[in-house]
Design a protein. Structure first.
Length: 288
């Protein structure tokens, strides 16, 4: 019973509230974790592992990657999701999470740096409850195993043959056999639980495919240059329609959120295997 409650964060949360200084709490929690099976890991060890795996220094990104908000020193439970929205933070608090792992974090280039309104409320939830926020954007898109694009390929049965740019963001490959555009749309819908928007422009059958999760509709140009039959991304712009029709390629907008659910889950699974922490993916529905 004690082990179960410790694993789901209830005893840990109780101890943080009722015992001594924060430093004393963390030492006691670490000792308890070791006593009942080593279920707690050092936050810094988790971040160091993620950094070594994802190599964020290789990317010219729009936000800081890694530990964005520092919480308690020990981690027993991780809640992961696509975006660090208030709804996800509230769910993490309810689940007794020590850390939140996301693809879309905070502190984006060009955003208002003042801590007011929505941003203040989100950061207050993390800081007041000593919960860490860990976020990886482009590095989690590009990783060849746990990355969003690698995970999407796995779900669609695509063989990866190469990448769309030098940083490895976006991929191209082929299906096991040729399918109709309608058949490929059905595969996407089944894999992502979301009907894609299909812009018809390519051949009568699809074998070669390019893909890049999220808002990467601009990468259709690379797919065209490679002579691919189809390109898949999360979102679509007005000009994407004309490019697809005029360049002779099928375009599928499969959902920004829907295509980026799986990298954080794969990474959380890796962390569970490496450190023994518990993790849970929380789906915050998003139609975009």
């Amino acid at each position: 019973m004690i082990v179960r409650h410790f694993r789901d964060g209830r005893i840990a949360q109780f101890l943080r509230i009722t015992i001594g200084t924060p430093q004393a709490n963390e030492r006691l929690l670490a000792a308890l974790g070791e006593l009942i099976g080593g279920v707690m890991a050092a936050l810094q060890d988790i971040v160091d592992y993620c950094d070594a795996l994802l190599e964020p220094w290789r990317f010219q990104d729009y936000c800081p990657n890694g530990l964005q908000v520092e919480g308690r020193e020990r981690v027993a439970r991780i809640v992961c999701g696509v975006t660090a929205s208030q709804a996800l933070l509230d769910a993490a608090l309810a689940e007794g999470a020590d850390a939140v792992l996301v693809h879309h974090g905070y502190f984006w280039r060009g955003e208002d740096p003042t801590l007011r309104g929505i941003k203040r409320a989100r950061l207050a939830t993390l800081l007041n409850n000593d919960i860490s926020l860990i976020a990886y954007h482009l590095p989690l898109d590009a990783h060849p195993e746990v990355g969003n694009n690698a995970q999407l390929a796995r779900r669609l049965g695509l063989e990866v043959l190469g990448t769309l740019n030098a940083e490895g963001v976006g991929s191209h490959g082929r299906l096991p056999g040729a399918v109709t555009p309608e058949g490929f749309a059905s595969t996407l819908a089944g894999a992502l639980d979301r009907t894609p928007l299909h812009i018809e422009g390519g051949p009568a059958s699809i074998r070669t495919v390019g893909w890049c999760t999220g808002a990467a509709q601009g990468y259709i140009e690379q797919a065209v240059a490679l002579g691919l039959d189809a390109f898949v991304s999360g979102e679509i712009s007005e000009q994407t329609v004309h490019v697809a029709r005029e360049a002779g390629i099928h375009y599928f907008a499969a959902g920004h959120h829907a295509t980026e659910r799986y990298g954080v889950q794969a990474l959380s699974g890796r962390l569970a295997g490496e450190f023994g922490v518990d993790w849970e993916f929380v789906e915050i529905p998003n139609p975009v």
